[in-house]
Each structure stands twice: as C-alpha cells, then as structure tokens.
Design a protein around this ligand. Structure first.
Ligand SMILES: [Zn+2]
Length: 254
C-alpha cells in the first residue's frame, strides 16, 4: 500500500463506513481515501470497488437485470450480454469471465478492434468494432467527457445495443447548466477554450476533459433514440456503500 494512501486512510478515519458491498456481496468497510470526492472513493476493503462502481452495479441490478443481490450474484445467474468500457475497474474485477461479458480499454499503440486478451478489446468509442445490436447493456463510467466527439460515441453505443437495451453511465454533470465546452473539437486539432482540465486514468496517467456535460445532454440522447432517467443516491444507499452519486440509464427505444 502506498504511503500516500495509508496516510489518507488514517487521516480520514472518521469517514470510513460499515455496510454490505453491492459489488462483491460481502459485509465490509468502505474506506475513504479521498474525502473531496466520495463518489470516486469509499473503497470496499474486500473488492476495491468505488462508490461510483457500486452505484452503477445497483442500477444494473435494479433497473435492468432485476435479479441478484450483488454483482457477484448476477455473475453466476445472468445471461445478459454486457459491454463495459472499463476493463480494469471495480465491476470488471468481478465480471471478467462471466459468459457474455466484454470489456475494453483504449490503447493508442494498438489498432482499435484488436482483442488484447480473451474478452478484452482495444476499442475507440467513436468507431466500435462490434456488430449492430450486440449487447443488452453498455456501461461507461466517467468516459464521455474524454471522448473527442461524444455525440458520435453515443450514436455508436446506440448502434451496438439491442432494441430495448440500456446504456448505464456516469459523467461529471451540471444539472443546472448547459454543457461547458472546454476544448473546441470541431477542427482537425484541439483548441483549448479554457485552461486544460485533466482527470486520472489507469492506462495513460491523466487524460484531457473536453467538456463538462450539462442538461442539453437529455435532448441529444432523445434525438439519438434513447429514453433517459437518472438515479440519485440517497441516505439509505450508504448501507450499500453508495455516497453522493448519480447514475444515468438510457434505454434504446424500439
Ligand atoms: Zn466489495
């Protein structure tokens, strides 16, 4: 364990919580490693899922699968075809190996569409290599703000979903404002309109945020052919390790 993480654990000792993890399904302690961002923190001591991971898992279990008390449970029961763009995250650590589970990462040096290990692909969200109507569920966690043309990515996600399929996603979001464009991507080269904002990334270290999405996203999703709802975490969700979080889920109409 890194010294910085150990010091955060000791420094935030009053923030840690008991509960039952909806990802691994076990009683555990949710460890606060970053009190400035509970949604990306509150790590399950056993499976290392974050609060954000668990909120996505809860949405998958209650809104789509409607079976299983935890993701671990779902893994053993479900026949859903799931595609998750986060190959190394808290959900993939449980779901890799489940039948019909596919995940991906973006590796600049590898041709998109290449399988890098069984069930794991290099994918460019703007040009997915999957056939039309391949999946019941697509999951993206804090990805859309980093895709150069996110409208194209949403169209691609719509294409690879089966009719009635669901895109479950998280994204930094303004509920009270329109999208804040940080980088102009209309030309060949990026043009920064604001000081660059970078977010942590497991593969590249840090990646540029092109925008912070706002309420105009709902109109865009509707025009593509999605019906969208949002789950906002409540006090009772804390027992499942879900803190200060929102998850979008968009059904492919028709
Ligand atoms: Zn867990």
């Amino acid at each position: 364990m890194k010294l910085k993480t150990l010091s955060a654990i000791l420094g935030n000792i009053r923030m840690h919580r008991w509960g039952k993890c909806i990802v691994c399904g076990k009683p555990t302690i949710f460890v606060c490693t970053d009190k400035s961002s509970l949604r990306n923190s509150m790590e399950c001591l056993l499976c290392r899922s974050s609060s954000r991971n668990r909120h996505v898992a809860q949405t998958l279990l209650t809104e789509v699968a409607r079976e299983g008390r935890s993701l671990n449970d779902l893994r053993n029961k479900s026949r859903l075809a799931i595609y998750n763009t986060d190959r190394g995250g808290g959900l993939s650590r449980v779901l890799v190996g489940m039948s019909n589970y596919t995940c991906s990462g973006f590796f600049p040096e590898i041709t998109p569409g290449t399988m890098v290990e069984p069930g794991v692909y290099c994918q460019d969200l703007e040009r997915l290599s999957f056939q039309d109507a391949s999946f019941d569920v697509v999951i993206t966690e804090d990805v859309l703000e980093h895709v150069r043309h996110y409208q194209t990515a949403l169209e691609e996600i719509h294409r690879v979903l089966k009719p009635g399929g669901c895109h479950i996603f998280t994204v930094p979001f303004f509920f009270d404002r329109p999208t804040l464009v940080r980088v102009d991507t209309t030309g060949e080269a990026d043009v920064n309109l604001l000081p660059p904002e970078y977010h942590g990334d497991s593969i590249r270290g840090r990646i540029l945020a092109y925008r912070t999405l706002g309420f105009d996203l709902f109109g865009l999703l509707k025009s593509i052919g999605f019906e969208t709802r949002v789950r906002v975490s409540c006090f009772a969700d804390q027992k499942l390790g879900i803190f200060d979080s929102s998850v979008f889920f968009s059904w492919k109409v028709g």
